[in-house]
Design a protein around this ligand. Sequence first.
Ligand code: UFG
Length: 346
Amino acid sequence: MIIEPKLILVTGGTGFIGSHTVVELLQAGHEVLVVDDLSNSRIEVLDAIAQISGKRPLFEQVDITDREALDGVFKKFHGQIEGVIHFAAKKAVGESVQFPLMYYRVNVGGTVNLLECMAGHGVESIVFSSSCTVYGQPDVIPVNESAPRKDAESPYGNTKRICEDVLRDASASSSLMVVALRYFNPIGAHASALIGELPLGTPNNLVPYITQTGIGKREQLTVHGNDYPTPDGTCIRDYIHVVDLAKAHIRALGRLLDRQQKATYEVFNIGTGSGSTVLEVIRTFEKVSGRSLNYRIGPRRAGDITQVYADTVYSNAELGWKAGLGLEEALRSAWAWEQHCQTLGL
Ligand code: UFG
């Protein structure tokens, strides 16, 4: 009798955070099955993952909102999937305001589909990509996991909050076990510079905008407001290196597979625990790249919160995980990745 290997199913496994997590999973000795519709990523990411880790994940090009196709994947690998890490989602805040129903369909509908497929095939463990966006502007900073969730500023933010509730309720009524990770601001790239963040069109987020301006793809960065009540007037965020973030998923998955959980639904903050202003990020980029950045101060961006960074005491203690890489390393790796993209013509 052939014993089939156990698999970790990773939805969105060719995306930014997904690809880095697949590398860490493979390096930790897991067999990985990636499910991705390639709507916001490139198939070549699988080659890069194989080049880094020396192993190639299995791959199924499936849209998680296609229930039949997704169930087909669970059927094909029935009995082999021991856990799921669920990244597949849409993530552009502005786009979600324009197309809210698409966000609810993909992010919420896709998650429900996935949970029903899991239930139908006896898969009980899931790590979910949540976001610090659920805290809004917290009353106490650093913010810990027991802080109240605030009304979402966007449909995107609301989908994260709703998915958390869906997962909590599903775990309360079944054998489902959930770890939801609330990411702060993921940035950076793998040290190999073979995988990284590849925004479609004009980036919304600060770091890709900075690196694209640094390399000349964009003319000028606009700093969205310098009249906030912070030391230099610009907003504060907790920028976490994507490789540290990926490693947190390995710990979360291990907690589920080893039945170490204290409750069937658990939530952890995944950040560094310290905040940086927009101007600090710009200065650090200039230092690591040796280039001066063309930027101007513009008006505030609607919906931006003044400051947020993580209280990581609970996640550090419970997951046995701590961010090890700082802002300089993150920006250096993001810059190396941007330069690699230029050589590939991306
Ligand atoms: N910023 C600029 N100029 C830019 C882009 C960003 O000054 O061109 C500033 C923003 O105003 C903000 C900071 O850089 O002060 C970080 O902005 P990002 O867009 O990179 O990140 P956000 O904190 O706004 O958003 C991130 C994720 C969202 C998530 C949110 C939760 O991208 O998915 O955190 O707080 F919803």
